[in-house]
Ligand binder design. Structure first.
Ligand code: SAH
Length: 345
């Protein structure tokens, strides 16, 4: 079966070049081309015989853009096709400080959160590190070819479809490739997890110090269990202990993600418990009104969102209401479900 050229790091490319009886510098050329998302026919400085050797065993492009949907707010959702025909999505957001790409880490997801569309069909498979890197490379190429503005993806959030810590090794490799291959350092990378505690604790020793975002959504185990099946495996207390450990090891402030759901998690009681739980480590709470996915859970309106924000702030916690981008193209949090948009209805 053909492999993905982009899955190979510099050393692996060198080994491949040697196997093909080519000079060592060909590895640098290949590294350059693959990180630009070039097709074989564009790799014009490589000998034809070497290109045909490569074509026999490898795919040049791991993820190609099939469709893109542009939101009124400028956000662009990409529908990408992988070499096995699987579809994934990524979302490009444009901020004053540059482009941020939200990448998927799995085809589908097996966490089954009640409010999220990404897990509706369960998990199909993990993405390889090169496939995740290709989401970024494809977006860079799109920016270069289609947008007037200069620039590249400068920030990556691993918050698309999938649970990144359920694909641990590939995600760790991907974060390292972002910095070594595309110069996107770990300070510009955020990883969001529904709270797989043992994996959170492994991250610092794997050399990861990216911003850790924890999808908490409720400070109470009983409530969490009704909306997130993973809560049956990990208690809120253990998640907070793991978060504290990550903070102690990396010095990075933890982000708590909290989708506000009508009648579920926006009472005074919730604030009090949140305060108790986050005592002892630096964290910031990102409040987001639940985006509609057709599920029975409903979001709060703007007024309700801001009055909850006030309660949280009055309790002395650091918090903001996150602006939701790309809702009109089903590109906002929880809305990615690997479909062409006209099938989304
Ligand atoms: N599996 C990871 C990352 C994917 S989701 C995680 O659970 O963190 C990225 C964020 O969007 C998570 O915080 C997730 O809980 C949130 N989310 C999912 N569905 C949502 C919805 N309908 N509205 C708002 N946020 C949602």
């Amino acid at each position: 079966m053909k492999k993905l050229l982009i899955d190979l790091n510099k050393e692996e490319l060198e080994a491949l070049v040697i196997k093909a009886n080519e000079k060592r510098f060909r590895a640098d050329q290949l590294f350059h081309w693959t990180r630009l998302g070039a097709r074989f026919e564009e790799m014009t400085n490589l000998p034809k015989s070497f290109v045909s050797f490569l074509m026999d065993g490898y795919f040049d492009i791991a993820a190609s853009i099939k469709e893109h949907y542009k939101s009124e707010d400028g956000t662009i959702k990409f529908l990408l096709e992988l070499t096995d025909g699987s579809l994934i999505e990524s979302v490009l957001m444009s901020y004053s400080y540059g482009y941020t790409l939200c990448v998927s880490s799995q085809v589908g997801c097996r966490m089954g959160c009640k409010f999220c569309a990404s897990g509706l069909d369960g998990l199909c498979r993990n993405l390889s590190a090169g496939e995740m890197l290709s989401e970024v490379i494809a977006a860079n190429r799109f920016i270069k070819e289609n947008l007037i503005s200069e620039g590249k993806v400068g920030n990556v959030v691993i918050m698309g479809s999938g649970e990144p810590l359920d694909n641990y090794d590939n995600v760790v490799k991907f974060i390292k490739m972002l910095s070594s291959d595309l110069q996107i350092g770990q300070r510009s990378v955020s990883l969001s997890t529904c709270g797989l505690c043992d994996k959170i604790k492994m991250l610092p020793d794997s050399g990861i110090s990216a911003t850790l975002c924890i999808s908490l959504h409720s400070p109470f185990d009983e409530v969490r269990k009704t909306i997130m099946p993973v809560a049956n495996a990990y208690a809120v207390e253990s998640i907070m202990e793991a978060a504290k450990y990550y903070f102690t090891k990396t010095g990075r402030r933890i982000i708590i993600e909290y989708a506000m759901m009508k009648g579920v998690n926006t009472s005074k009681k919730d604030v009090e418990r949140l305060k108790e739980l986050t005592n002892g480590f630096a964290c910031h709470i990102n409040l987001i009104p639940l985006n509609d996915t057709g599920a029975s859970l409903k979001g709060v309106n703007k007024k309700e969102a801001y009055s909850f924000l006030n309660l949280v702030k009055q309790a002395g916690l650091s918090a903001t209401v996150r602006r939701s981008l790309g809702q009109d193209i089903a590109g906002a949090c929880g809305q990615l479900k690997r479909r062409y948009n006209d099938e989304n209805k």
